[in-house]
Structures are given as structure tokens and as C-alpha cells.
Ligand binder design. Sequence first.
Ligand SMILES: C/C(=C\Cc1cc(O)c2ccccc2c1O)CCC[C@H](C)CCC[C@H](C)CCCC(C)C
Ligand SMILES: C[S@@+](CC[C@H](N)C(=O)[O-])C[C@H]1O[C@@H](n2cnc3c(N)ncnc32)[C@H](O)[C@@H]1O
Length: 253
Amino acid sequence: MASLQLSVPNIVGSRFKRRPVRCAVERQDLFNRIAPVYDNLNDLLSLGQHRIWKRMAVSWSGAKPGDSVLDLCCGSGDLTFLMSEKVGSYGRVKGLDFSKEQLSIASSRQYFLSKACYNNIEWVEGDALDLPFSNGYFDAITMGYGLRNVVDKRQAMREMFRVLKPGSRVSILDFNKTTQLLTAMFQEWMIDNVVVPTATVYGLAKEYQYLKTSIKEFLTGEELEKLALEVGFSKARHYEIGGGLMGNLVATR
Ligand SMILES: C/C(=C\Cc1cc(O)c2ccccc2c1O)CCC[C@H](C)CCC[C@H](C)CCCC(C)C
Ligand SMILES: C[S@@+](CC[C@H](N)C(=O)[O-])C[C@H]1O[C@@H](n2cnc3c(N)ncnc32)[C@H](O)[C@@H]1O
């Protein structure tokens, strides 16, 4: 088990080849700020349901024992740990994120959760828009609640296509920009009347208000499928889950 230095987590060095744009720096700062409460608020505000949605995303990725896989925008590592269990000790998992604080939480969790297979995880501080990996490197990719947060969704999709092996899949879980009026109204009501008031207790109101604007600016399931096909994926299908509140795009290279 890698020795953990809590102050300096076992993260591979920064692999930024270009400076993130201002908007990306603002998002980087946002996720650094919410890192200490992120996991607990996800459990509380989704009544633990997000763990089911994440397991579905990992299953859809097609990851199997011995694979080399990537969890993009890994944050505190929820999907990274699930992918680690899926590929086992002979597999390899890279969890990439540009938030040092999120990666620090992930690295600490790896140490305290201390499952043998978690030795197969490498944490990488990097940019989803400029991945530090070779073409055709991964057997599967997951991206949980990341695509909505990157400043250039097309570039992120291009990079996922580039680093995937032919015939392999990417599984992208996020909020669903639903076209169902009642679902949209419920989603917005929950954010306004439950999520943001709860986050306010932690002094994070504006960070969680961002959820609403980011969903409004996101792509619908149909638009996500179209984007995946445009960048070169051979197949793309968006599944609505969680009563339509969430969605998962599965695309095959
Ligand atoms: C795991 C979830 C969200 C992750 C997440 C993604 C972001 O882009 C953020 C941006 C800014 C701040 C926080 C996040 C963030 O946490 C989904 C579940 C957690 C949500 C915060 C709760 C959403 C509530 C649903 C709209 C309604 C749930 C109804 C029912 C209890 C299942
Ligand atoms: C909502 S969190 C999702 C974390 C985790 N995947 C999960 O499902 O809980 C979004 C993550 O994306 C990261 N992120 C956003 N834009 C990024 C980029 N361009 N490169 C790398 N990470 C990015 C943030 O730092 C944050 O940790």
C-alpha cells in the first residue's frame, strides 16, 4: 500500500501543457472549495441515490478484469474506486482531475478505504481538454458529473475519443437537461428549495446555485448523442435514469 502523506497526496505531478482559461480556473477554484463537504452533501441531497447512478455508469462502461481504464474528472474518486473494483488487481485505473483538493480527498480515501485492488489506482492532476495519455490507450472511460463542468465539451469528447481503444466505450453520467416540463420543474425546485439552502449552511450557496445554470447551459440527451457521433464515435445512446433527473451517455469508438 502506497504510504500516504496527507499533506502531499500520492498524486502524479501536474501534467498541464497549457494554462486553463479564466472560466476553467473559476471552476477549478469552485471544486477546490467544495471538496471538504462534496461527498457528504451528495449523499444527503440525493438520499444516497447518486451511488446507484454511478454504479450504472461503471457497468455501462464495459470495464472488465485486467483492463486499463480512465475515470475522467474523478473528483473525490467515487467512480475511480468502482472502476478499480471492476478491473481488479491486474487492471490499471487512472483518476484524472484538475482540482488538487478533490484529488487530495480521493488519495486520502484510497488510504483509509484500503482495499487491496485500490493499489491499481494512479491519481493524475491534469486537464480533461488536453489529456496526458497516448492515442488508443484505454479499454474504457467513465466521466461522472464532469462533462457539464468542462469549458469545451466538444474538445473533451474529442480527447476521450482519441485515448480510447477502437471498439471501447465511454460512459458519461450527468444531470439530465430534460425536455419534460414537470421533471425540469421538479429538478429546479429541488435545487432552489433543498440543495442551495442546505449548501448555504456550509457557506457554499453560490457554488451550488451554479448547478442550476450549468444544467441550463448543458446539452440534451439527443444533443449529446449528436456530439459523440460528430467527433467520431460509431454509436451513441443517452439513457435517462433517476426518473429523468439524471442521464448517462454511452458511446462506442
Ligand atoms: C452526485 C451528484 C452531483 C454531483 C455534483 C455535480 C456538480 O456539477 C456540482 C457543481 C457544483 C456543486 C456541487 C456539484 C455536485 O455535487 C448528484 C446528486 C447530488 C446533488 C447535489 C443533488 C441533486 C438533487 C436532485 C436534483 C433531486 C434528487 C431527488 C431524489 C432525492 C433522488
Ligand atoms: C461534480 S465533480 C465530479 C466528481 C466525480 N466524478 C463524481 O462523480 O463525484 C466535477 C469534477 O470535474 C473536475 N473538472 C472540471 N473541469 C475539469 C477539467 N477541464 N479537467 C479536469 N478536471 C475537471 C472538477 O475539478 C471536479 O472535481
